[in-house]
Design a binder for this molecule. Structure first.
Ligand code: HEC
Length: 110
């Protein structure tokens, strides 16, 4: 029983941490462009990005796969947001490791 409690509390604190760091990573890596700064826009707002990607990739795993692939290799030809590509230009490639990106993507999916 004691071990079960310890196990559960470790599991619980881990999942909370993972969620937090997805959010923290998003704020560090994506928010600069995807959250408007004093009304100035240089990229579409994240809720709109999320909506587009979720519509095309409704399953969690596919959604994460798409986000990870996109951030490492953005490509106007496969962009879902053609209007945004015209308006802002294609997103610059971001050099971020897969593990961090998966966390950001998981956070965005929730
Ligand atoms: C330097 C600015 C910049 C940063 C940093 C940035 N983005 Fe973007 N992003 C853009 C712009 C501009 C677009 C709109 C044009 C496009 O779709 O390529 C975009 C579009 C997107 C799209 C839509 C792709 C599509 O199919 O059209 C996704 C998904 C995305 N960003 C995810 C992210 C994530 C996740 C991060 C952080 C890891 C991030 N972006 C960081 C500028 C940025």
């Amino acid at each position: 029983m004691r071990w079960l409690l310890i196990f559960l509390s470790v599991m619980f604190s881990k999942s909370v941490l993972a969620e937090d760091s997805g959010k923290v990573l998003f704020n560090q890596l994506c928010a600069n462009c995807h959250v408007s700064q004093r009304g100035k826009r240089i990229a579409p707002p994240m809720f709109a990005v999320k909506q587009h990607v979720k519509m095309a990739y409704p399953k969690r795993e596919e959604f994460i796969h798409r986000i990870v692939g996109w951030v490492k290799e953005p490509d106007a030809e496969i962009a879902l947001m053609q209007g945004a590509v015209k308006k802002f230009g294609v997103m610059p490639k971001q050099d971020i490791d897969d593990k961090a990106l998966r966390r950001v993507a998981g956070y965005l999916y929730e």
